[in-house]
Design a binder for this molecule. Structure first.
Ligand code: F6P
Length: 326
């Protein structure tokens, strides 16, 4: 599109919701208004862009939302936007609504869609990483990850009470899609005995060995965190039950409660800073980049890199868990 003045920014949330998305919406809205730019809120992610579910926001439209989980804009995983026709319709809506640029808040799928859309129609788009999975490359943390981590930790603390009383072995399954950040770090935070994560192939034999020689020797209750992409807690539990009939095994799948709740201070601050940075980036003529924070500094990560899917768990974290679970 070349250099031209941005008069109106559209903001949307898409994909799985994450605590802190509201803080990001508030930040984008107020930073735009602060810079004399109009803001249009797009409802239900790309779906609302296709169907023209749009409302202009004033500063008071984002009052009293920073403390709430979920997203006031609603969210959706939109299949139509995966088609060229869907994206064309979305572009037509932008023209009709006189939206010059977009700030999209979401995860991997959201940025993948944004990348294509920007390429096809030359639309200025900035991404803000909002997902509990923390699986975007180029940022130390995504919005919602810290809150979800704390929620899981609190749940595991509670499970620990009953596990200890009954001397049971618990497999607790957590979200994260194909990433093990939530499982590994919540295992460390809650003092769990092990974590089964997709990034590191833990064979069932290895786990059995751990049971036999490790954790069950010194303790009579134990908790293993299992990432949903790491094989599933139920299957693992069944296998352990079969081979260790003396263990009293239980499974707990935490599910969507991990995605809700009031965002932590960390996520609110992260979202607020990223929202300001996103509007600044647009004004600075940055295009097709995701805002990240690395070592406390704002960075701009090209979409193609952010969605590369190879953000690694830190190997030393695996050692920390192993050492501390003896
Ligand atoms: O990406 C966030 C996430 O919560 C993943 O951890 C999980 O695999 C997925 O979304 C669940 O999606 P849905 O809410 O559509 O069932």
């Amino acid at each position: 599109m070349g250099t031209y003045k941005i008069n109106c920014i559209g903001v949307l949330t898409s994909g799985g919701d994450a605590p802190g998305m509201n803080a990001a919406i508030r930040s984008v809205t107020r930073t735009a208004i602060f810079n004399n730019i109009r803001v249009k809120a797009i409802y239900r992610g790309y779906k609302g862009l296709i169907l023209d579910e749009i409302k202009e926001f004033q500063t008071q439209d984002v009052s009293n939302i920073i403390q709430h989980g979920g997203t006031i804009l609603k969210t959706a995983r939109c299949q139509e936007f995966e088609t060229p026709e869907g994206r064309k319709q979305a572009y037509e809506t932008m023209q009709r609504e006189e939206i010059d640029a977009l700030v999209v808040i979401g995860g991997d799928g959201t940025l993948t869609g944004a990348r294509l859309f920007a390429q096809e129609f030359n639309v200025p788009i900035i991404g803000i990483p909002g997902t509990i999975d923390n699986d975007l490359w180029g940022t130390d943390s995504t919005i919602g990850y810290d809150t979800a981590l704390n929620t899981i930790m609190q749940c595991v603390d509670k499970i620990r009470d009953t596990a200890t009383s009954h001397e049971r072995l618990f497999f607790v399954e957590v979200m994260g899609r194909d990433a093990g950040f939530l499982a590994l770090n919540s295992a460390i935070a809650a003092g769990a005995e092990a974590a089964v994560i997709p990034e590191r192939q833990t064979s069932v034999e290895e786990l059995e060995d751990l049971m036999r020689n490790g954790i069950r020797k010194s303790k009579n209750s134990s908790i293993v965190l299992v990432a949903e992409g790491g094989g599933g807690a139920q299957g693992l539990a069944d296998r352990i039950r079969q081979n260790f009939p003396n263990y009293d095994v239980r499974v707990s799948i935490l599910g969507h409660l991990q995605r809700g709740g009031s965002p932590s201070a960390f996520d609110r601050i992260l979202a607020s800073c990223m929202g300001v940075a996103a509007v600044d980036a647009l004004l600075d003529e940055q295009r097709s980049v995701m805002i990240g924070v690395v070592n406390n500094e704002i960075v701009h990560v090209p979409f193609a890199k952010a969605i590369k899917d190879d953000k690694q768990v830190r190997p030393e974290k695996i050692s920390v868990l192993q050492i501390l679970s003896i």
